[in-house]
Design a protein around this ligand. Structure first.
Ligand code: GRF
Length: 198
């Protein structure tokens, strides 16, 4: 049975594009929705160009009412009936009330070698720490921010003259390689962690 995948974005959606473009042929999943918390997210136009239904729930009118924002997300998701949710550059923190409803069915990509550098500014933190390698992780989403079981990681060597921006730019293509491979395995019921050396 083909798995239905909803992808949540906040910005350009480059990871979303990689995921959508990977779901073809005998891939066990197909995209059914791309949703953003920003109605102006560039990724929404890219999703439409790829013929994927889109929706936006602007988080700003909700202010601090996270429950209200998440209820609007949930309404849209219940209409799309996804089997799997992929967070892909989605920059809103989700409450345990929301994550618990999707635990075991929701993935995220995080630009660090988890459990190192949960949260923001991961590239700068790896550089400040003098790390020799960096990378990205795909994990199942739980109530703990960036804390769920790891399903895949891709690594690259940090260059001496790397800046946070150059590191982010060199890491992004690895994200685009890792996430689709993890999703394909996950949709086929395989949760064996995948490790890629970039
Ligand atoms: C990526 O670095 C991803 O790891 C992080 O958001 C950044 C932008 O992602 N979560 P995208 O281009 O919007 O997919």
């Amino acid at each position: 049975m083909t798995k239905r995948v909803a992808i949540l974005i906040s910005g350009g959606g480059s990871n979303m594009v990689s995921l959508v473009e990977s779901m073809t042929g005998n891939h066990p999943a197909r995209p059914v929705l791309v949703m953003s918390n920003d109605p102006n997210a560039g990724g929404l136009a890219k999703a439409r160009a790829l013929n994927v239904p889109t929706y936006a729930v602007d988080h700003k009118p909700f202010g601090k009412d996270r429950a209200g924002f998440e209820a609007a997300l949930q309404d849209a998701l219940e209409k799309a009936r996804p089997d799997i949710i992929c967070l892909a550059g989605f920059m809103r923190i989700l409450t345990p009330a929301f994550t618990s409803q999707w635990e075991g069915r929701m993935l995220n990509i995080h630009p660090s070698l988890l459990p190192k550098y949960k949260g923001l500014h991961t590239h700068a933190r790896a550089l400040e720490a003098g790390d020799k390698e960096h990378g990205c992780s795909v994990h199942e989403v739980t109530a703990e921010l960036d804390g769920g079981p790891i399903l895949g990681q891709a690594k690259l060597a940090i260059d001496p003259d790397d800046t946070p921006d150059t590191l982010a730019a060199r890491l992004l293509p690895l994200e685009h390689k890792l996430y689709p491979q993890v999703l394909q395995r996950y949709a086929a019921g395989d949760r064996t962690p995948l490790f890629i050396d970039g």
